[in-house]
Write a protein that binds this ligand. Structure first.
Ligand code: SAM
Length: 259
């Protein structure tokens, strides 16, 4: 795996390259790794997914959205993620939910995958932050994977009051008006916006609880990582505080314009 991919995974998990190998251990108790699941399913329902639909889940993690969409709509889902242990869990979950025949999980850097255009019915980007840079760049990337008239779901958020935040991982955030402006800058239709602030708080609380519990276990097993793990947990508390204060959680469903 390239250093760039490792950095991208570390950034998406607000981690660092040294403790990256231990992230699957720290996150073993969570299936969804940040996405607002029910809003994703609700938004997907609006698109009229059916047995012939093809869905792309970018940065699918352990397949929480992929598997539940396949189970609910019997659609075909391709999940792409660079973290192999997460993909193994995704396959296990697909099997438990009896949708292995509908789900494919591939280990690849999504930035590489996006270099080719595809024609999915729906593309999902859930809890990947600013991996493509600004929201304008994000929508440009997503729409290259969707057929005309197809749909895109972005599970992220916007700044409550300010119009920018000078903090690593938060540079793509804008206020609501400017976020919507960027998301629709290619003429795509905003079908719905679902507020996910409360769900995001619950997810963050669960996240803090599990990483603290698993972090303590890991320190006993690997005392040499004590400083790194403690710093990581502290950073997560800080991140959650910033999110709770500054960010309104939102999920957007957009329909690609007929070009
Ligand atoms: C915060 S998790 C979200 C996972 C999933 N969408 C969910 O909400 O359950 C971010 C995921 O993106 C993956 N990731 C980050 N950068 C990536 C890249 N460049 N290529 C592929 N996967 C990447 C990580 O491995 C991780 O599984």
């Amino acid at each position: 795996m390239s250093e760039q991919t490792k950095q991208s995974i570390a950034d998406s998990l607000e981690s660092n390259k040294r403790i990256l190998p231990y992230m699957p251990y720290l996150l073993q108790d969570m299936w969804a790794l940040g996405c607002a699941l029910q809003p994703i399913i609700d938004a997907a329902a609006i698109t009229g997914l059916h047995e012939k639909s093809k869905v792309l889940d970018l940065g699918c993690g352990k397949g929480a959205a992929s598997v539940q969409l396949a189970a609910e709509f019997r659609c075909n889902v391709l999940g792409i993620d660079a973290t192999e242990p997460f993909l193994k869990d995704a396959q296990t979950k697909a099997s438990e939910h009896k949708v292995s025949n509908l789900c494919e999980f591939v280990q690849e850097d999504i930035l590489e995958y996006m270099k080719t255009e595809y024609h999915f019915d729906l593309v999902i980007l859930a809890s990947l932050g600013g991996i493509f840079g600004s929201f304008e760049n994000t929508i440009a990337s997503l729409r290259s994977q969707v057929k005309n008239g197809g749909y895109m779901i972005i599970d992220d958020g916007y700044l409550r009051t300010r119009n920018s935040l000078n903090r690593k991982g938060y540079q793509h955030y804008r206020n609501h008006k400017n976020t919507i402006g960027e998301l629709t800058s290619y003429g795509d239709k905003l079908i719905t916006e679902i507020n996910t602030t409360d769900i995001s708080r619950q997810i963050n609380d669960e996240y803090l609880f599990v990483i603290e519990k698993r972090g303590k276990e890991l320190i006993i097993e690997k005392p040499e990582l004590k400083e790194e793990i403690e710093a990581y947990i502290l950073l997560q508390y800080e991140e959650c505080e910033v999110i709770n204060t500054e960010i309104e959680g939102a999920l957007w469903l957009l329909q690609k314009s007929l070009e």
